[in-house]
Design a protein. Structure first.
Length: 163
């Protein structure tokens, strides 16, 4: 089954289950369009998916449906980010760069973001015991509603819905 087919199944189910991230309306969410988005597995390996936009008929808010394994505003999928962070505990940045084909500056930026915004919750809720990126992303969203694991958290970052 292709990445696009997996995403399409996810989006179909999510449209029936998701609440509006703005007004929390659980009904009246419909497909509003789509766009092509590129995701990085490594620096040289990429996939393109057509992702679904949704609209709430109560407040007219539009939003994109992203599975738990995707972090908003990041090109790399959560599985790759998590792999780099876990490797960083025992290897040098340059060894990880060669192993995962991801530039050292990107790995350093992920480490900084993790330390600053996610480490406390990751440790306190024992998220390190979860090996699946999708499961970790879902658990993080339950513990911190409206945010995704490794999402940059600042005043300008809009809230994202829980799926």
């Amino acid at each position: 089954i292709s990445f696009q087919q997996q995403y399409n199944q996810f989006a179909f189910q999510a449209l029936m289950q998701v609440a509006c991230p703005k007004c929390q309306n659980p009904a009246g969410i419909t497909r509003h369009g789509s766009y092509l988005r590129q995701f990085y597995l490594t620096a040289s390996e990429r996939i393109k998916l057509t992702v679904t936009r949704a609209r709430c008929h109560a407040c007219n808010c539009t939003f994109v449906l992203l599975p738990a394994g995707v972090t908003p505003y990041k090109r790399y999928i959560l599985e790759t980010i998590l792999k780099a962070l876990r490797l960083a505990r025992g290897k040098s940045i340059y060894a990880i760069e060669n192993t995962l084909d991801i530039c050292a500056s990107t790995i350093r930026r992920w480490q900084m973001q993790f330390e600053k915004w996610h480490k406390v919750m990751y440790i306190s809720h024992e998220l390190s015991k979860i090996h699946s990126a999708e499961e970790l992303g879902s658990m993080y969203a339950l513990e911190r509603p409206g945010r995704r694991f490794m999402q940059v958290i600042s005043a300008w970052t809009p809230l994202f819905h829980r799926i």
